[in-house]
Design a protein around this ligand. Structure first.
Ligand SMILES: Cc1cc2nc3c(=O)[nH]c(=O)nc-3n(C[C@H](O)[C@H](O)[C@H](O)COP(=O)(O)O)c2cc1C
Length: 176
């Protein structure tokens, strides 16, 4: 499918069908997503595909402020752990540690959701984590876990929301 069409079709799905997702497909998506660019090719990420009880526990940790109930209904949650980034030594003392890691994680997430769409799956990036300590304990890590990605098949008849975006003239300029 053409990239522009994938970008148009992708949306944050919050209604998932009670249908499992093939684990091999999730592995393939994560493997392909890891071809994403990153600063100094540091690849400061680890993707944890969570199923069953572990997924349910992670979904509980993400819920709060009336948000993220859909995490519990998605059959898969991918937790994206931010691992320490190693940059070229010329940056030592010049840029803070892990300076570009959040950007890299965002680009990885974009790759995951577009690959999901290309493979007939819906997704939702989830940044709000009500209980980060519980997440770290669950994943046995001290590293930050800045993003989760819910994956699954959309519930039949679930509406695809219209895209609401700022006007192009507000977000794009041409300058010379
Ligand atoms: C970094 C990031 C964090 C997000 N966190 C949440 C979240 O915690 N819960 C949620 O339901 N949606 C979350 N979203 C989804 C956004 O609300 C959504 O992308 C935005 O409203 C645009 O809608 P669309 O994805 O359907 O085009 C997040 C998106 C991004 C990129």
């Amino acid at each position: 499918m053409e990239l522009a069409s994938l970008i148009e079709r992708r949306y944050s799905c919050r209604s998932y069908a009670d249908r499992p997702v093939d684990r091999a497909l999730v592995r393939k998506i994560c493997k392909e997503a890891a071809l994403a660019p990153s600063a100094c090719n540091s690849q400061p990420w680890k993707m944890h595909a969570l199923y069953g009880e572990k997924k349910a526990a992670a979904a509980r940790a993400l819920q709060g402020l009336g948000l993220n109930a859909h995490a519990a209904r998605a059959p898969v949650l991918i937790a994206v752990e931010q691992t320490p980034a190693k940059y070229m030594s010329r940056f030592d003392g010049i840029v803070p540690p892990n300076a570009w890691a959040p950007c890299d994680i965002g680009i990885l997430a974009a790759h995951i959701v577009l690959l999901a769409e290309a493979n007939g799956l819906q997704s939702c990036i989830i940044g709000y984590d009500a209980d980060p300590a519980a997440v770290k304990e669950l994943l046995h890590t001290e590293n930050p876990v800045p993003l989760f990605i819910a994956l699954g098949y959309a519930e039949e008849g679930a509406p695809m929301p219209a895209k609401k975006r700022k006007p192009t003239e507000d977000v794009f300029t041409e300058e010379e």
